[in-house]
Every structure is written in C-alpha cells, then in structure tokens.
Design a protein around this ligand. Structure first.
Ligand code: GLU
Length: 624
C-alpha cells in the first residue's frame, strides 16, 4: 500500500467527499455496520486488521492536480492515487489499481482474465497499446463449439465449462506495461492488492447482488462456492469479504513473477482445473483443452493503436482483436458525414434527432464490425476508419425515418461512390455484460486507458483451487458458427486465436495534447457507450462528468435497441419510436470512467454517479 495510505492524498479525498451528496451505494461503501463488528469491537470479521479503505466514500467527479484515477471502486482508486502521490507513473498506478479491482471486482476482472491497455506518452505524444486478450488453446478449430450433430452447443453450457476458458493475459499485461512505462517494480505494485485480499473489503449492494445472481452456477463448482458463497450464501451487505487464497495468488506473482502462471505451479493448477473442472455431485460440464504449452506460449502483443480524426482531434483506440477502436471511429465518422449530408451540425439538433443519428450510425457501424472484424489477417482497418468509407455509408441515412434493421454491411474497398447499398447482414446473438474500465493520468500528463475482463459477470464460474480467482469464459466471445450463411466469418474459433472484443479503451488528443481518457464495460454496448461519451463531451456541450452520467442508448443492428429509462420512458423515446426505432427499456447501460484534461497538470476525473452502484473518481490534490 505504501506509506502514503494515511498521507495527504487520502485525507484530501475524504475531506472533499464530505461535502458531496452521496448516493445510496456510496453510503453503503462507507458502512462498518454492527453485523461486521467482531470480537475486537470496531474490528470487522473475526479479528485482524480493519479492511483496507473500509470507510472510503465513492465520489463520482473530482477536479484537481497531481494525477487522477477513475475506477468503479473507491479502494482501488485510492490505491492508484497513493501510487501517483508516491511519484509513480500512470502505468504504475493503473497496474496497482487493476490488481486491486481483481480483489473487489473479482467477477469482472483479475488474474484469470484479459484486457487492453492503451498508453499516452506526454513527452512524445505517442499512443501505444498492449493486447492482453485471452487466447484459444492450439487444439481449437471452427467446430469446437459444435455438438456431434454439427449444431452449436447451448451457450450457457459452454460458459460454465472448461471449454470457454482462454489463456489469461492479465498478469502478462501488467508485466509488459510496467516494463514499458513503469518506474516501480511489479512486485511492489501488487502489494496493496495482496493486502486488500487478506484484510478484506466491505461488501456493497452491487457485489452482493452479483453474487446472488450467480449463486446457482457458482454452486456447480465447490471451490467457487467455498470462496464466494461462504457458509453457502452470498456475503451480506456491510460484512467484510476476505479472500486469503487470492492474497496468496498475488503474493505468488509478487515473489515468483508472472511465470508462476505461465510456467509454474499456479499455471499447473489452472490447467488441471480447466481440463477436469471440479464439480458438485451430479453436475457435469464440458472439459477444456488448455495445456501447459498453451500457457507457456502466451505473449502479450505490442500494437499500434487505431487512429481516426474527429472534430479536429485524434481519437485513439484498440485495434483487432478488439472491434472497439474501429467501430467507435466509424460511428464518429458517420456522425460527421450526417452533418455534411443534412447541413445541420450534431450540436444543432434536438435530442430526438441526435439520438436518431447516433442510433443509425451505430447500427451501420455494427453491420460492418460484424462482417469484417476478428482476429484474422487482412482486416481492412484503414478503410473502415476512413471518412470516405463513412461518407459512402451515410447515404442510407434519412432524417425522417429509421433504416430497416438489420442494416446491410458495406464494402470498405477503397473505391467509394455516392452510394453502395451494401449486403444483407446477420445479427449477433450473445455478448456479456461484465468487465471494468479504469482511467489514469499522472502529474506529467502520461495517461492510461485500460479495460479488463473475465467476460461474463463471474466468468466461467470456475475458481482455481487454492488461488482464489475465477477463470474467464472469454472464448464464448467467438461465434459458434457463421452468422451470415455463405459469408466468411472473421470471428470463428481457431488455434491460438483471440476472440473478437468490444472493449474500447479510448484516448483523445487535440492540438495541445491529451484531452480525454475514457472507457466502459458492457459487452458490445461498450462501443456505443464510449462513442456517446465522446459525442456528449465534444458535440453536446457536456462536461466530462455529465457526459459519463448522461442517459444512454445502444443500437447494435438488432431489431430493437436498448435505451435507459431516462430516454425510453420520455418524450424523447416517443420521438424515436415515431421515427421507427424499437426501443427496449434497459435499466442501465455501461459503467464508464473518464478523465478530462483542463490544463497542464489539472484534471477532472469522472465515474458513474449511480450505474453499477456508482464509481470512484479521485485526484491527488483536490481543488476545494
Ligand atoms: N468479453 C467482452 C468483450 O471483450 C466484454 C464483456 C463485457 O464488457 O461485459 O467485448
């Protein structure tokens, strides 16, 4: 945790929070209720030290200097702030925060998962990325998720199985990021997470609800039930949740390096459990095929980002195997093309017309995403993010009526005309809703946008015995069979292949340098959430905090589109319906974080005020 845990940064964050109205979830995070008090009076649980940061409030927006961190969890954000206050870089803080999120958000991220790390270097202006996506075992081919009759296996059967588990990329990502842009030792950056897992954190409503929602499938795996359903039940709100096995896992990575996972005893435990999942009596699940050779062969990939231009700025995102960078770029390009086509800027239309445009742009971009993007050679990235392609694709747009769904996919062939009607597109069935995003900027202006995941909330449901972390089910992000008959599909399983992702860690750079860091969880809605934050901030006059909090809509080329109640149940929703949009009311979409740059070493960190129980934005030195 470092010596600054009780230092000025902690005090500043708490003092500022005291003046901010806290939501219900934030109040819960504050609690040390009687139920958790142990024999030592104010010591929760069965003695031992109080849980790390148990009284930290969640504050959704904070402005100040010295560096900023925004994540979904107050303890994790504070751990990152402490690293920044101690002189660490954005990368150092991002890794320490991510490791802490592995403890407090074990159903969304952690050692058993993967992710994408995007870095901005203030000295050079360079944006670079690390692809830490999970990989399929070398034995996989296009038929791996088909049954003996050639039909796709039931989705949930594959989720809760060894077959869905990809080779984890997260520890290797941390190691690579620190090697490239860190100044501290990985082992030191993992210490706060190790301690947090040992001393515990106070259970909030979101963690409790996620455990309850997964309790049936967690019960399929005795080790998962032992760790996450202590006493057979989801831990109560306000109680302290400790995970000594996960603490041991962090200690192992800290003292033996990530090789313990890729070529050591932690890896042997992973492989054994994937190949022969330990299940409750009467429960049978498909076995996985990951081997020690698959683990040993895993490597992160350094990649150039996807770059596109929007509103006079450079927007950087994650390339293949994520579809995030490309699809966010196409949506933004289409919004600019609609301005050209209609003669009215995005900033000048009412909310109905704005969301109509956004929905049409999203559906169009998703048609192209689904057709062209996957972990295959030859993805036409430059064409897909070109303004010329978006200009051609924009010809389908009408201000007075929604396009029929599914919108056809286009031809990013470099030869663009006034209009190309496109070709019939298929619609995707499943995508998860888990994951977590953290945003960090340090005092020098270096930035990290990092989204990490274990796919579903609770991943595969399989906990590695003795190590306390859940394994991902990322391989269900592959399609089980082609979505459009007769059309080659880029996202079928293959040996060593990485499944297509929607994760969209994003960095926006303007003429004077870094302006915005943003990202979100939410499966394929990640793409629309991030695009909406960028549009909200640059085109709809919203501050970064308001752009994160604003109501969301997500159109992904299905027959209906998700809309939060503040859209679906209002005049705006009625206006969209009148244009032909079929809205599907959805309680919440995404759980974003962002940081905006206000000037040299002056930042606004932003997290959700309410979605997923609210997030936590912090700066090292808060402005009063
Ligand atoms: N597995 C998803 C992806 O990579 C993320 C899952 C989620 O955000 O819930 O796109």
């Amino acid at each position: 945790m470092g010596t600054s845990r009780n230092g000025s940064s902690t005090r500043t964050a708490r003092r500022l929070a005291a003046g901010v109205a806290l939501g219900a979830a934030a109040a819960l995070a504050l609690g040390t209720p009687a139920a958790s008090a142990g024999p030592d009076g104010d010591r929760p649980g069965r003695g031992g030290p109080p849980p790390t940061g148990h009284d930290l409030p969640k504050v959704p927006v904070m402005t100040g200097s010295g560096g900023a961190v925004a994540s979904v969890d107050a303890v994790a954000s504070q751990i990152g702030i402490d690293v920044l206050a101690d002189g660490g870089t954005a990368t150092d803080a991002a890794v320490a925060t991510a490791a802490a999120l592995g403890v407090t958000e074990p159903y969304s991220t952690g050692i058993g998962g993967g992710g994408f790390f995007v870095h901005y270097d203030a000295a050079t202006g360079a944006v670079e990325t690390i692809d830490g996506r999970e990989a399929a075992p070398m034995t996989y081919d296009e038929t791996v998720f088909l049954d003996d009759a050639g039909a796709p296996m039931p989705f949930w059967k594959v989720v809760n199985s060894g077959l869905s588990v990809g080779v984890p990329g997260t520890p290797a990502t941390w190691e690579r990021a620190v090697e490239r842009w860190g100044t501290q030792r990985l082992g030191d950056l993992l210490k706060p997470a190790e301690r947090l897992a040992r001393t515990g954190f106070v259970v909030d409503q979101t963690f409790h609800d996620q455990t309850v929602a997964n309790s049936e499938r967690f019960s399929m795996f005795p080790e998962t039930a032992r760790v996450f359903l202590p006493g057979g039940e989801a831990p109560a709100v306000g109680s302290v949740f400790r995970n000594p096995d996960m603490s041991r896992a962090y200690r192992e990575l800290r003292t033996h390096g990530v090789d313990s996972l890729y070529d050591g005893r932690m890896g042997r435990a992973v492989v054994a459990e994937v190949q022969e999942p330990t299940t409750a009596p009467g429960v049978e699940v498909p076995k996985g095929e990951m081997t020690r050779a698959d683990l040993a062969a895993y490597a992160t990939r350094d990649k150039a980002p996807v770059r596109s231009e929007f509103a006079g700025r450079d927007v950087y995102g994650m390339p293949v195997p994520s579809s995030g960078g490309i699809t966010v770029a196409e949506i933004l390009n289409l919004m600019e093309a609609y301005e050209e086509r209609t003669g009215t800027p995005t900033s000048g239309v009412d909310d109905v017309q704005y969301l109509h445009r956004f929905s049409e742009a999203s559906a169009t971009a998703f048609a192209d995403r689904n057709r062209y993007i996957g972990d295959v050679p030859g993805v036409p990235t430059e064409e897909l993010v070109s303004q010329a392609f978006a200009d051609e694709r924009s010809c389908l747009f009408e201000a007075g009526a929604a396009m029929a769904r599914p919108v056809p996919f286009g031809n990013p062939d470099g030869d663009y005309a006034e209009c190309d009607g496109g070709e019939p597109a298929g619609v995707l069935p499943h995508e998860g809703m888990s994951t977590t995003h953290l945003s960090v900027i340090d005092r020098w202006g270096n930035a990290v946008s990092y989204t990490s995941t274990i796919e579903q909330t609770g991943g595969s449901g399989i906990t590695v015995p003795g190590w306390g972390f859940l394994l991902n089910n990322e391989l269900t992000d592959f399609e089980f069979r082609p979505i459009t008959p007769g059309v080659p599909h880029p996202n079928l399983p293959g040996p060593g292949k990485r499944p297509r992702s929607s994760m969209s860690p994003t960095i926006v750079v303007g003429a004077d340098g870094l302006e915005l860091v943003a990202g979100s969880p939410g499966g394929s809605t990640i793409i629309t959430t991030v695009a909406q934050i960028v549009l909200g901030h640059y085109e709809r006059g919203l501050s970064v905090g308001d752009a994160v909090a604003a109501p969301r809509l997500s159109s992904r080329n299905g027959s209906s589109e998700s809309a939060e109640p503040q859209i679906a149940g209002t005049d705006v929703g009625a206006g969209l319906t009148a244009l032909g949009h079929r809205l599907s009311p959805t309680a919440e979409i995404g759980a974003a974080t962002a940081i905006g740059v206000l000037g040299p070493n002056r930042y606004t960190a932003a997290a959700e005020p309410t979605r997923r129980g609210g997030g936590s934005a912090m700066v090292v030195h808060a402005e009063d």
